[in-house]
Design a protein around this ligand. Sequence first.
Ligand code: NDP
Length: 471
Amino acid sequence: MDTAYHMLINGEITTSKQTFPVINPATLTIIAEAPIATAEQINTAVDSAHDAFATWSSSQKIDFRKSTLLACQKALEHHIDEIGELLTLEQGKPLKAAKSEVTSSLAKIPNILNYDFFSKTLEENEKGKVEMQLIPFGVVTAITPWNYPVYIAISKIVAALWVGNTIVLKPSEYTPLTTLKIGEILKDVLPKGVLNIVSGSGEVGALLVKHPKVRMVSFTGSVPTGKAIAAMCADDLKRVTLELGGNDAAILLEDAPIDKIAEKIFWGAFTNSGQICTAIKRVYVHQSQLEQLAEILNKIAADTIVGDGTDPTTQMGPLNNKMQYDKVLNYYKAAKESGAKIWGGGPVDGPGYFFKPTIVTNLEQGHPLIEEEQFGPILPLISYDDINKAIDKANALNVGLAGSVWSQDENKAYDVAQQMHSGTIWVNTVHDAHQDACFGGVKQSGIGREGGIEGLKSFGEFKMIYKRKIA
Ligand code: NDP
C-alpha cells in the first residue's frame, strides 16, 4: 500500500511540512500521514482554480468538458480496487461496500453529462430572441464528510465541473486518503487548476469558505458545521448548498408485514454501521407489533458479522472515529440509564471502534436517542396506538432529510408519506435512488439540492439575454 499522499494544487502534486495521521478504525493503527495545507497553499489552490475558470467555463468548451469528464471516469475505473481497498482502510466499511461506493459514483457520470441545459430559448421570432442561460459561479469550494467520502467527492466534482466551475475540495480529516488519491489520478486528465484537492482540519475548510475568490460552497456534513458555513458565506453572499444531517423516521402502519420487511428495515438502519445521513434512525411501530419487530430485528442483529472490513465475511465494519464511537456509546449509556430495554448488541472490546447493531425499546419521545441524530448502529423502536400521533412525532424535530412508510397497502402508506416533512420519503423501500432524482433536506437538514438536474442547477445561476432588433 502506498503510504505517501499528496495534495493537488495548481496541477502539481504537493506536499506539506505539517502532516496528520490517518487511523484505520478497525485496528487503530496509523495508515499514513496526510498533508495539512498551509494558508499559502490554500491561496495558491484558489488562485489556480480562479485562473483556470475562464477557459474551462467557456461555452465553446462544453464538448471538451464532456470528453474530459468521461476521461476522468475512465482513469478512475482503472483504480477501483486500489481506491476501494484504501476506503476500507480509512473508513472501515466492508471491502465489497467500499468497491461498490467507487463503482456507483463512477457509473452515474455519463447520466450527469447527458443533462444539457446550458441555454434555453424562450422565444425566437422576427422581434429577436429571448434566451435563458445557466452560468457557472467561478471557483467552488466543496467540503465532504467521512461516511461516503468517495461518492460525495466524485458527485460534487463532476457536477461542479460539468456546469463550468472550477473547484477546490477538502475531504474530512478522518478520510482524506481516497480523495487525495483521486486527485493524483486525475492530475494529468484535467487541465491545470480545474481541480484542486487540499487536506487538513476544519480550519482549512473555513479558510476556503472565507476566501474572497470562492463564489460558491457545496457542503455535506453536520448541521452545526453547516450553520457555521452559512454564516461565513453571508459576509459576501456566496452561494451555498448544505446537505446536512437528519433523523429519519420509519413509520410502520398497523398492517405492515413485519416478517417480510424486517430485513429491509434492519439494513436501512445499519448499512455502513448506521453512518448514513438517510439511515433509518427511529422506528414508529404499532404497539401490537412492537415485540415481534424487536425480536426479529434483534435476531438479524445477533447474526450480523461485525468486524474488520478487509475480512470478506464482515457485514458491518467499525464506526469511523473515536468522536463518533463515543457519541454512540453515550446514547447507549443514556438509554440504559433511562430504563430502556436493550435487546442485545452494544460495544465490543477494542482495539477497533466496533459496536454491534443494537435494538432499543421502552424509550419515550424526548429521549436524546430519539430526538438527536445517533449516526451509528443503535436503533430505537417507539410504539404508537394512534397513527396521527406517530406522524406528529416523526415531524416534531427540526430536521427533515428522509423517511419511510411501510404497509401492505401502498396507497394508505402514500397518504402518510404526503404528511411527512422531509426531502425524500420512501414507501415500502429505503435508500432507493432514481438516477434523475434530486436529494436534500427540508428544515435544518439543509439548503438546496444535489443530484439530477435540480442538483446541477445549484452549481450555477440563471442569466437572461434579450436580443432585439432596433425598430
Ligand atoms: P462535520 O460537519 O463535522 O464535517 C464535515 C466536513 O466539514 C469535514 O470535512 C470537516 O473537516 C469540515 N469542517 C469542520 N468544521 C468546519 C468549518 N468550521 N469550516 C469549514 N469546514 C469545516 O460532519 P462529519 O464529517 O462528522 O459528517 C457527519 C455528518 O454529516 C452527519 O451529521 C451526517 O448526517 C451528515 N451527512 C449528511 C449528508 C447529506 O447528504 N445530507 C451525507 C453524509 C453526511 P474535518 O473533518 O477535517 O474537521
